[in-house]
Design a protein around this ligand. Structure first.
Ligand code: TXA
Ligand code: MG
Length: 318
C-alpha cells in the first residue's frame, strides 16, 4: 500500500466513509482515525497500532449535540469544563448508550468523547455523519507523532492516507476527565493543566492516573511514549559521554557545548516545551545514540503532564 499525504478533507472524508483507517491532525497529537461505527475499520486501528483490544478508543465529535445520542448523561460539572475548554484538548469519560459499539470501549460502560479544535479535523468531522474513533497515531508504546511526516515514518505502507494539518499546537495528548460522584477526577494529565481545571471548577480535582489506581483508563500503563534509544533523566553530576544525546529545557550548560544537544524552548515557556517534546524525542531517537539524557521540568502546571510522559518513557530503561 502506498501512503499518500494530502490536505484535501474531501479525500479524507471519502476514505473514512469507505471504512479506511487514516492519519489525521488534531491540536494535541496526530490520530489514527476511522469510522467508529464500522467494526471492520475499528479492528484495523487496533491491528495497525498493534494495540491490545483491552485498551479503548476516544470518540471525536464536532460538538456536544452531535455526541448526545452516544452518551447516557453528561454531568453539570463536565458541562462547565466543556463550556470552558471545548473545542479543545479535553476528553470526557461518560456513561455510554447502546449506540457505542462494545469494541470502542473494550466492554466498559463508559465512553471517552472529545471535541477537537484543529480547524482541518473539525471541518472533516462536519462532513461526516458518524463519530470518528482515533487513538494517537503511534505504534503501541511509542512516542506520539506531532507532524504528518512523523506519522509517515511510523506507518508508511500501512495506511492509505495522512491528512496534513501541520505541526500540532499543543504537542501532548488531551486531558481525560470523568466523574466520581459530584467531583471531577483526572484520569490522564494532558494539554490542559491542573491549575486551569482547578480555577474553572473552584477545587483541585483528584488525579488517578497510575495503572494500579485506575482500571478505568487501561491506557495509563507504566511504560509508554518510549524511544528505542535508552532515555534517562539528566542528573546534576552528569558528565558528557560519547555518542550520547542531550535534551535541555532552555539553555545548554557549560561543558556540553560540543555535545549533540537540543533545547525544548528558547524562553523556557512550558507550552513551547510541550509542543516540541515529542518531536525532539523522535528526532534524537533517529540519531543512533547509545543513550539520550533529558532535563526534568519543574513539577508544576504543564510540567506535571510533561513529567508524567517522561516518567512512562524512562520507566522502561530504569
Ligand atoms: O489528544 C488525544 O486524546 C489524542 C488525539 C488523537 O485525540 N488521542 C489519544 O488517544 O491520546 P489514545 O488512544 O492514544 O489515548 C486514549 C486514552 C487511553 O489511555 C485509553 O485507555 C483511554 O484514553 N480511554 C479511552 N476510552 C476509554 C474508556 N472508555 N474508559 C477508560 N479509558 C479510556
Ligand atoms: Mg496514545
Amino acid at each position: 500500500m502506498i501512503t499518500q499525504i494530502t490536505t484535501d478533507i474531501k479525500q479524507a472524508a471519502d476514505a473514512l466513509r469507505a471504512n479506511q483507517v487514516i492519519g489525521i491532525p488534531t491540536e494535541t497529537v496526530y490520530g489514527l482515525a476511522s469510522n467508529a461505527l464500522s467494526p471492520e475499520a475499528v479492528s484495523t486501528i487496533f491491528s495497525v497500532k498493534q494495540r491490545p483490544t483491552s485498551n479503548p478508543l476516544i470518540l471525536h465529535f464536532a460538538c456536544l449535540p452531535m455526541a448526545k445520542p452516544y452518551m447516557l448523561s453528561f454531568h453539570d460539572e463536565l458541562k462547565v469544563l466543556y463550556d470552558h475548554f471545548s473545542p479543545g484538548p479535553i476528553t470526557f469519560l461518560v456513561p455510554k448508550t447502546s449506540k457505542v459499539p462494545a469494541e470502542i470501549t473494550s466492554g466498559s460502560s463508559l465512553v471517552a468523547v472529545r471535541f477537537p479544535s484543529h480547524p482541518l479535523f473539525l471541518a472533516l468531522l462536519n462532513l461526516l455523519d458518524f463519530p470518528v474513533a482515533a487513538p494517537s497515531a503511534n505504534k503501541y508504546g511509542s512516542v506520539s507523532p506531532t507532524r504528518a511526516e512523523e506519522v509517515l515514518a511510523q506507518l508508511n505502507g500501512e495506511i492509505p492516507l495522512i491528512l496534513d494539518g501541520g505541526t500540532c499546537h499543543y504537542g501532548l495528548e488531551s486531558t481525560i476527565v470523568g466523574m466520581d460522584g459530584d467531583r471531577v477526577i483526572v484520569y490522564r494529565l494532558g494539554s490542559i493543566d491542573l491549575d486551569e481545571l482547578s480555577s474553572t471548577l473552584g477545587y483541585i480535582p483528584e488525579v488517578k492516573n497510575q495503572a494500579e489506581q485506575s482500571p478505568l483508563a487501561p491506557g495509563m500503563v507504566k511504560y509508554h511514549y518510549a524511544t528505542r534509544t535508552p532515555l534517562h533523566y539528566l542528573t546534576n553530576d552528569l558528565k558528557f559521554e560519547e555518542n550520547t544525546g542531550y535534551i535541555f529545557i532552555q539553555s545548554i550548560p557549560e561543558g556540553f557545548a560540543s555535545a549533540p544537544c537540543m533545547t525544548l524552548s528558547s524562553t523556557g515557556d512550558l507550552k513551547e516545551v510541550a509542543r516540541n517534546l515529542y518531536h525532539t524525542l523522535i528526532t534524537m531517537d533517529g540519531c543512533g545514540f547509545n543513550a539520550i539524557y533529558i532535563e526534568k521540568p519543574l513539577a508544576e502546571g504543564l510540567g506535571l503532564t510533561i513529567l508524567d510522559r517522561l516518567q512512562r518513557a524512562t520507566a522502561k530503561f530504569n
